[in-house]
Structures are given as C-alpha cells and as structure tokens.
Design a protein around this ligand. Structure first.
Ligand code: NAP
Length: 530
C-alpha cells in the first residue's frame, strides 16, 4: 500500500512519532529510467523505513517525464519518501545551475514526497520559495556535502543551517581516517544539545562507524543501500547489513563498542563472526571494521579511556596488519606472551587502562596437535617473516618444535629466526621433504587477484606431512591444492581465525564463546566476500 501523500500530514506525524525512538534507515534509489526507479522504490520500501528518490539520477528524457508524471513514482513507496535533486558538486548526477534547481523545486517537482532534501545554498534563500509550489519547511532536510575531506568550518556550516527554516540538518563529509568520525559525532552532540534533528555522516570506509552508530547517537536517520552496487555515496553499506550484520535496531548509547583496527579492513569477515557471537550470547555489543591509518592517534583520540574525545562504551579491539607491532607503544600493559612475540592482536579496556594480548599464537597451534600429536622435535617450516609468522614460530618453539623460517628476504627471516631460536633459509626453490609441518604465513593465495599464487608447488611439498595455510579466503587455496597433490594432510586458515576470535570474545565478555555459531558465521561471511 502506498504511503499517504504529503498532504496527509496527520498520518505522517503519527508514523514519525511512533518511530521517533527507533532507528530509521533510508534507502536511496538512484536509477536512470522510470521503470528501474519504480521497481527499486518498491524493493527499497521493503527493507527501509524511508525511501530517498534521487530524481537527479534520471536520464534527461525521463526527468522531463517526471516533471509531468512524477507523482506516480512516489506512489510506489509504502514508506515515507524523500525527494532529492542534487547538483553534481554536491554528489548529484547532473550539472545543474542555480536557476535549473530553483525551477525544479518551485515548478517542476512532484509534490507527493513526505520530505524534501534541499541543499544549504538554496535553503539560505528561503524567501524564494514563497513562489511556485509550496514548501513545508517542517519536512525539509537542509543538506551540505563535502567529498574532499572534513570542512575546517563545520560549526559555521551548522550555524548557517540553523539560520534556514529547515527542520532537519544534514552534513556529510569524506573521512580520510577513522578519527574524522569524531567531528560527525560532535555535530550530533551539538544538535542534541540545541534540540535540533540532524544527520551527520563521515563518508568512505573510514566513516562506517558514523553510519552504524549515528541513529543510536541521535541521528534522524542513516542511509543504507538496496544492493552493494547501488550505493549512492562512498562507504554506504547495504540496509540489510545495517540491520542483520550490525543489528542497528538494537544498538544504544550503552552498547559495548568493539572492532577491528587495520588497513585495509574492508574484506575482513571478523564482523560476521563476532557480531554473530554477541547476538547468540545476547551480549549488548557491536563489532565494526575501523579503517585506521595512524594507530596511535586512533587509540589516543577514540579508544583510550583517559584521552578519548568520544563518550562511548569502548570494550576492546582486534588489531591487524599493519598495526600489530606499532600499537604496543600505545598500551598500558602487555601480556608476557604478546611481548615475546612482539605483536598484539587484541586489546581489552580494563578500567582506564588498555591491556594487550596475542590470541593468534594459541589459535595457530590448536588445530595442529590433534592432527599430528606431540610437536617436540617435530620439523616445522614457516614461510613468511611477518606478524603471523612471528606468532607461528613462537608457538611452535614453545611446543619444542625445530623451526626453519623461509622468506623471500633473508634479511627479514634471519632476525625473526634468531629471536626465537629457529633456523632461516631462502624461500626460492626450497624443498620441504621431511618436514612434519609446512605453514604458509604469507598472503599468497588470498582472494582478490592473488588466488592462483602459492609460496610452494606440489613438487616442493612432496614428502612433507602436513600443510597449514593461514590464508582463509578462499577456504581452499592454491597452496592447499598443491599440498593435496603432494599427498600432505591439510589445515586451512579458517579454524585459526575462528579460534582467535573466540578467545577475543572470552577476553572481552568473560563468557565462553559460542564456537559453532562463530564458525557458521565465518562461512557466511566468506560467502559475502568471494
Ligand atoms: P605481514 O606482516 O604483512 O607479513 C607477510 C609476509 O609475507 C612477509 O614476510 C612478506 O614478505 C611475505 N610475502 C608477501 N608477499 C610475498 C610473496 N609474493 N612472496 C613471498 N613472500 C611474500 O602479514 P601477516 O599479518 O603476517 O599475515 C600473513 C597472512 O596470514 C595473511 O594472509 C593473513 O590474512 C594471514 N593470517 C591469518 C590468520 C588466521 O587467523 N587465519 C591470522 C593472522 C594472519 P616481505 O616482508 O618481503 O614483503
């Protein structure tokens, strides 16, 4: 059933009041043709609480048609709609001078949308809207976009916005680093303290937390795409991910915040694993990817209880490349094993301190022992000399194994080997015959263009007993295929990933991790990232 037209103010008011304490996800529709827009609007209304109809996306002929017959489009939505007509410099799809924009809003726009998104420069000239089709300013979102970075004068933009008669304010800017999100959260705080309704979004992957946490920090709405490919702004994830992966409807200011700090983090499946664990344990927590360039500034400004600039309930962090070693100088206490390994992959907020742990090392070793038993004196080869290799060599040495580090760069393999009492060798044309365990601790074979690569061929692996790939995406890597051809037993990286995440869950919540739920979620996550 279509949502009542804008004139039915009474029903709209009731709808918005009912929803005022709940999260609103707005699904934008940006299509070139009427037909495609119509079907997208119907689908958007099924998943969203509001639908934004971007008429600037229509191709020229279809746009002209919308001037005559546009009401029809809005009638397709069973949810309230937002009408948007953006010029290219504000992120729109067409070049529009001020005159064309005014003509649209005053004379050509369909009138059945419940909300109008009008950019700040036009809204500042509100008196112009006394002509033509009437504008109800209690239904207007006054918007401003910056696709380059964080405007230096954000507070001035806010000041100018509140000079317009628009009820709702929207500021979206490009985040280059996760710390840029602080400015968006501060805007929401200011809006709340001045009793204004606001949408504040940091765009780009680094700004994801503002999209997930915005509503529970008072944002009027957040945007979620219908499909990944139909996102209308950088960093916009799907409405479905907001609802089912991040459980946005259940987040509040009390929700415990966790996530993965790294660069890149886009393809991580850890959010699938840990959010599923929180849900299964009925723990009020959320786990998000944090795209971090400068780890010490992130820790200082957003994480450390003594210095952070955001009032949020931060519980802990997973840390991945390239920050596992550099993060150590930001912590108050480091677990002795993590100190020896020289890498922290888990941080726990305890009181006003940060404590660092390494859950990779135990998770690495746990799948090996059941397969080949006692590791004392076992001959083990670790290929690679980075963070994962360090954890692997350390835990194998703890078990009394004899370890050789193979790397393409002997200058990196040697110090790692010496630190843990292992040997080192050049990777080129290495032969692994006689080794009990051969570990791939390089990214070779990872999906996304490197699937066909392997650090060792079947010929090199012949005569080795067990091949263990730390790469988990894809589940079956080229290295594992080569090892199977060579007659080795196999272990993939997913088991280690889930085991180390389970230990993080335990460190953060104090509860036993729901292993099976986490394993199933990991497989589901991989399905989304193939
Ligand atoms: P890292 O610190 O960046 O180390 C990567 C290592 O691989 C370096 O020694 C690097 O050598 C080497 N390498 C890269 N490309 C190579 C190539 N073409 N040929 C030979 N060696 C190459 O990364 P990391 O944190 O150790 O992670 C390594 C892999 O393990 C990643 O795929 C990661 O996803 C995986 N991992 C999995 C788990 C799990 O739970 N399953 C946990 C941790 C890591 P250079 O220094 O010469 O570049």
């Amino acid at each position: 059933m279509p949502f009542p037209k804008s004139e039915d103010g009474h029903r709209l008011k009731r709808y918005l009041m009912k929803a005022s304490n709940s999260v609103r996800i707005c699904v934008p529709v940006c299509e070139q043709s009427f037909g495609a827009a119509e079907s997208a609007i119907v689908k958007a209304a099924e998943i969203g609480d509001l639908v934004e109809v971007r008429l600037d996306c229509l191709d020229p002929l279809q746009l002209a048609e919308s001037f005559r017959n546009g009401e029809h489009l809005f009638d397709r939505s069973s949810r309230p709609t937002i009408l948007t007509f953006r010029p290219v410099e504000q992120g729109g799809h067409r070049k529009l001078d001020t005159k064309a924009r005014l003509l649209f809003w005053l004379f050509n726009r369909p009138t059945s949308a419940q909300f109008l998104d009008i950019e700040l420069d036009l809204a500042l000239n509100a008196s112009v809207f006394d002509y033509g089709k009437k504008v109800d300013w209690t239904r207007v979102i006054c918007s401003h976009h910056n696709f380059v970075g964080v405007p230096g004068d954000l507070d001035r933009v806010f000041d100018r916005m509140i000079q317009t008669p628009a009820r709702i304010l929207k500021i979206a800017f490009q985040a280059g680093d996760i710390t840029d999100c602080i400015a968006a959260f501060q805007l929401l705080d200011r809006a709340r303290s001045e009793s204004r309704e606001m949408i504040a979004i940091a765009m780009g992957m680094a700004g994801l937390v503002t999209r997930v946490l915005g509503p529970c920090r008072g944002a009027f709405l957040t945007y979620g795409a219908l499909e990944t490919e139909s996102a209308t702004a950088p960093g916009q994830i799907t409405a479905r991910e907001l609802r089912t992966l991040y459980r946005i409807d259940r987040l509040s200011r009390e929700t415990r915040i966790t996530g993965l700090a790294g660069l890149p983090v886009t393809h991580s499946i850890s959010p699938y694993i840990l959010n599923a664990a929180f849900e299964s344990a009925q723990f009020d927590g959320v786990y998000m990817p944090f795209e971090v360039r400068d780890i010490s500034s992130f820790i200082e400004r957003m994480v450390h209880p003594r210095t952070r600039e955001i009032d949020w309930n931060f519980l802990g962090l997973s840390v991945t490349a390239p920050h596992k070693t550099s993060v150590m100088s930001c912590l108050d206490r480091i677990d002795p094993a993590a100190k020896e390994i020289g890498a922290v992959n888990t941080i726990v907020v305890e009181g006003d301190e940060l404590h660092g742990f390494n859950t990779d090392a135990d998770a690495f070793i746990s799948p090996i022992v059941p397969r080949i038993g006692e590791l004392r004196e076992a001959r083990c080869a670790v290929i690679g000399a980075g963070g994962a290799a360090s954890a692997a060599v350390w835990s194998l040495r703890q078990q009394g194994a004899k370890v050789t580090v193979f790397a393409r760069d002997a200058g990196k393999a040697q110090p790692l080997a010496e630190r843990f009492g292992a040997a080192s060798k050049q990777l080129d044309s290495a032969l692994f015959e006689g080794f009990d365990v051969v570990v791939n601790a390089t990214p070779l074979g990872t999906s996304g263009g490197h699937e066909t690569e392997t650090p060792a061929t079947a010929a090199q692996l012949r005569g080795a007993r067990l091949a263990y790939d730390l790469v988990y995406n894809p589940v079956e890597t080229q290295f594992l295929r080569e090892a199977r051809d060579a007659g080795c037993e196999l272990i993939g990286g997913l088991e280690m990933l889930v085991t180390q995440a389970a230990e993080q869950f335990r460190l953060w919540t104090g509860a036993v991790a729901p292993d099976e739920v986490m394993q199933a979620a990991a497989v589901r996550g991989l399905g989304h990232h193939v």
